[in-house]
Design a protein around this ligand. Structure first.
Ligand SMILES: NC(=O)c1ccc[n+]([C@@H]2O[C@H](COP(=O)([O-])OP(=O)(O)OC[C@H]3O[C@@H](n4cnc5c(N)ncnc54)[C@H](OP(=O)(O)O)[C@@H]3O)[C@@H](O)[C@H]2O)c1
Length: 257
């Protein structure tokens, strides 16, 4: 085919799973990150810093599609604005962006910056696709692992998640990047809704840990949104196939992760 795709954050947790799928489909892939590493994957790795704006124009030269997966706990709005401007200059034909479910609901720093990032893409003159994704299994696992570090496990009442598997996310992102610009597509969520207490219980069982638990109330607007299920996509979503139970079974007996 000979078309070129830049995958920002192609060395990250999600990016590493998507890159082989688009390579397999016949695309020339260029992975953009601040610290390029040769992963032995046969793709080109280039250095650019989306936050600082360095190296982006060079990385996007002659590129047809940008799959934007780079991100961090803060500053995704700035990084994405820089990327979008460079994509407009380079005449990119399709920009695919990973966002998060409930991005416009939760008044938290991470969500605000993800919303700014999403808006930058949606307001761009580059034809775009945005996929909002629920918490991935490894994020849910790391969340309950952090909670279980305390001697008494705090269980926030009414907080529910729809964890989705990273492999399902990678497959959907590859499908979208290989397709036509589609605007805001249905959210991608996991097959089932779990309370945070259920996720924590599964973590404790799988790792052989024991904790007393204590119900806590999430304060303010954030608590209200969670208790009302405002972070969930209960209709019209596309659903991953791999379950939380299957993910947990793979981690049975792991005390560290
Ligand atoms: N975790 C979840 O549950 C979840 C759910 C929905 C959506 N998402 C979104 O999915 C995206 C990918 O998440 P992930 O967990 O795969 O992230 P990750 O494993 O932390 O990887 C982040 C990637 O972005 C690159 N990067 C970070 N800052 C950069 C910068 N300033 N300039 C260029 N590259 C930069 C990193 O490489 P270098 O460090 O070498 O630069 C790395 O390749 C994020 O936007 C995240 O918000 C996550």
């Amino acid at each position: 085919m000979g078309s070129t795709m830049v995958v920002t954050g192609g060395t990250g947790t999600r990016g590493r799973l998507v890159v082989p799928l688009v390579v397999e489909a016949g695309w020339q892939v260029r992975v953009l990150s601040r610290h390029p590493k040769d992963l032995g994957d046969g793709v080109e790795h280039v250095a650019a810093d989306l936050m600082q704006g360095d190296g982006i124009d060079e990385a996007l030269e002659g590129v047809d599609v940008v799959l934007h997966l780079a991100g961090g706990p803060k500053g995704d709005d700035i990084g994405t604005q820089n990327l979008v401007r460079a994509a407009e200059r380079a005449g990119v034909k399709h920009l695919v962006h990973i966002s998060v479910t409930a991005v416009d609901q939760l008044p938290l720093t991470y969500f605000k910056s993800k919303l700014g990032a999403e808006q930058a893409v949606r307001e761009s003159s580059v034809p775009w696709t945005v996929l909002r994704v629920a918490q991935v299994h490894d994020f849910a696992w790391n969340t309950v692992r952090a909670m279980a570090k305390l001697p008494v496990l705090p269980v926030p009442g009414g907080v529910r998640f729809q964890p989705v598997d990273t492999r399902d996310v990678a497959a959907r992102l590859a499908e979208l990047a290989l397709g036509e610009p589609s605007g805001l597509v249905p959210d991608l969520v996991g097959p089932k809704v779990y309370s945070l207490g259920e996720l924590a219980r599964d973590y404790l069982r799988a790792t052989g840990k024991h904790r007393l638990s204590m119900p806590v109330r999430v304060p303010g607007q954030v608590g209200k949104v969670y208790r009302a299920g405002g972070n969930l996509t209960l209709s019209g979503a596309s659903t991953g196939t791999r379950t939380w139970e299957a993910f947990v079974a793979d981690h049975e007996g792991h005390t560290g992760r």
